[in-house]
Structures are given as C-alpha cells and as structure tokens.
Design a protein around this ligand. Structure first.
Ligand code: FAD
Length: 305
C-alpha cells in the first residue's frame, strides 16, 4: 500500500464517499459500515440533487428517480398540507425529548422538516449496492484499526502503530474526535428510539413514506419503505418494557436507540488547517446529509489538484 500521508478516519458512508472522490486517501477504521449497519438505514433517503446524481452515475449502479411523499397527522387524519402553527408543533415534537422535555436547538428557525413541501425528490437506490461498490473500490486502502490518539502530524493506532500525516479527514463523531485530539469538549445530544414492526400503525396511510404527527402521541414520526417494516420514531430513550406498555398490540421486530439521533448545535471547527470534518456527526451539523458529504469530497478533490 503506498503511503501518501493522507488519511480518512471512519468507515461509514461519509468516509467511503470521501475516499471514492479522493483516491489518494487511505481509510482508517475499526469497522466498515458505521451507522449504515443499524436500522437507521431504513430511514435514510437519498435526496435527489446534482451531487447524489453524480455519485450514483459514477458508481454505475441501478437507480430511478422518485417522489417520497410526506404526510402530516393532525385533527384525526393524515393531511398533505399544514399551517405554520402545525409545522411549528411538529418540529417542536420532533426536537423535544418526549420523556425529559429537553429541546434540541432553537425552534423553529434552526431546523426544518427536511422540506416545506409534502414530498422529497429522492433517488431510489439500494444502499447496500452503493455500500458494497464503495467498499470494493477502497478495499486496498483500508487500515482496519481504531485511532487511539491524534497529534499534530501523527496518529497513533490501537495496534500501537504510528502514522505520520499531511492531511486528515475525520468522519469520527465529534465527541470522540476531540477526546482523541486531547481536548475535552461537550457535545449534547438527544437520543432517538426506533421501533420497527410489521403491524400497521393505527394512524398510517400507505400513500406516504413518512408521516409526522402533531397529535399528542409519544412518537413523532412513522415511516415505511416499500417492502420494509413500519418504523416508529420517538425522540428520547425509551426502554422496551415502556414501549410494550405504550404499544401493547404491536409486535416489535427491532428496537434500536441512536444516542446521537438529534444533535444540539454548537460551533465545531477543525483544530488545524490540514484537518477536515466530514459528515453529520463529525461536523456536528444536524442538516448534513449525503449530498453535503459528496460536495465537500468533490471540492476537496479539486483543491488538491
Ligand atoms: C435517524 C437518522 C436518519 C437520517 N436520515 C438521513 C437521510 O434520510 N438522508 C441523508 O442523507 N442522511 C441522513 N442521516 C444522516 C446520516 O446519518 C449520514 O448521512 C450517514 O449515515 C452518517 O454516516 P457517517 O459516515 O458520517 O457516520 P457513521 O456511520 O457514524 O460513521 C462513523 C465512523 O467512525 C468510526 N470511528 C469511531 N471511532 C473511531 C476511532 N477511534 N478511530 C477510527 N474510526 C472511528 C466508526 O467506526 C464509524 O465507522 C440520518 C441520520 C440519522 C441518525
């Protein structure tokens, strides 16, 4: 393996995409897949735009364009439209821990519901194919190890190996990055509990891929992807025993808790010019999606030419 002294830290979709556009980078990660291995994958949509189109075309994978419809549940049924008041209520419910009442960020200016329309233009694509292609492309430049310490020009690995670096790109979640860098920084989050089931939720309407609710339920969103299960999304950490009491007629397939489901925004700049953060959790930017990662990766590639 040639050593260009350029490393991309992390093995999730962000680091893989970065390495795709920047073939002189070597990935350093203890595992491959990151969040993509969790049930969050069922809830990840590829928004259609010039960046995501560029990626799927470059990877030469089958895809189609589609509209992902969003519904809003209030006054007893699912609507296509919503008033500013209902939108505020929905955003508030999405960003508030339903157990503790803690709110993530300022409301409602800082966070919207992804879009103000009742649909998102998306690219219908199998994430597993994207993932496999990216891994196959990068497989000869992956070091399977975790980063233990990040110094000014050197990273120390769990295996005790040392790697000198000129350029570093980190997709490692911000709280971990700063610890590895030797600085204590606080990054608050609100966890999100995902519950998947084959049982159709009582308020569901199959016209929609996701439904936000403004009514007083503990969950704030329901989603369904084609043949996949229904997923309830609760802002907050709720144990299975409580979910079973709350949804007594629902047979739970999986319950997963994402501790970083909602990030509470705080400024997070990389500590050195030769370090770049990429991806929602490294940048600590709630609005960062796959297209933002591609944008940074492409720009970086042009910069180094
Ligand atoms: C519920 C939910 C829904 C989402 N929906 C969408 C969506 O619809 N569309 C969209 O574009 N985005 C969506 N996102 C954002 C989405 O999470 C990202 O696009 C992407 O999945 C995050 O990937 P990542 O590679 O940035 O992070 P991760 O997948 O978390 O990867 C981080 C990597 O860092 C590695 N790591 C950790 N510690 C170390 C260490 N010490 N040394 C080396 N490596 C380390 C981990 O092993 C992991 O491989 C969603 C996020 C959530 C939580």
């Amino acid at each position: 393996m040639k050593n260009n002294k350029k490393y991309s830290l992390g093995g999730g979709i962000s680091s893989l995409i970065f390495a795709h556009y920047n073939p002189d980078f070597t990935i350093v990660t203890p595992e491959i897949g990151g969040l993509l291995k969790t049930t969050s994958l069922n809830l990840t949509w590829m928004h259609r735009n010039e960046y995501t189109e560029d990626l799927v075309k470059k990877l030469k994978i089958p895809y189609s364009f589609t509209k992902t419809r969003i519904g809003y549940y209030y006054n007893g049924y699912v609507h296509d439209t919503l008033s500013p008041e209902i939108q505020f209520e929905i955003v508030k419910r999405k960003m508030t821990d339903c157990i503790t009442g803690k709110v993530a960020g300022k409301l409602p200016e800082s966070i919207n519901l992804s879009v103000s329309e009742n649909y998102i233009n998306t690219i219908n694509v199998d994430f597993k194919i994207i993932f496999d292609k990216l891994v196959d492309e990068c497989k000869d430049r992956i070091i399977l190890d975790h980063v233990d310490t990040i110094k000014k020009n050197q990273i120390l690995l769990g295996s005790c190996d040392k790697l000198e670096y000129d350029e570093l790109v980190s997709s490692i979640p911000a709280p971990i990055f700063w610890k590895l860098y030797g600085q204590k920084r606080e990054f608050e989050t609100i966890p999100v509990t995902f519950v998947s089931t084959w049982d159709r939720p009582f308020i569901y309407n199959e016209r929609y891929a996701m439904i936000y609710t403004a009514e007083d339920y503990l969950f704030n969103r329901l989603s369904k992807r084609e043949s996949l299960e229904y997923t309830y999304e609760f802002t907050g950490e709720i144990p299975e025993t409580e979910i079973k009491k709350y949804l007594p007629n629902v047979k739970i397939n999986t319950l997963s808790i994402n501790k970083m489901g909602r990030l509470i925004p705080v400024e997070n700049k990389p500590p050195q010019e030769n370090i770049t953060f990429i991806g929602r959790f490294a940048e600590w930017l709630y609005d960062s999606k796959i297209q933002n990662v591609i944008k940074i990766a492409k720009k970086y590639g042009k910069r180094s030419k």
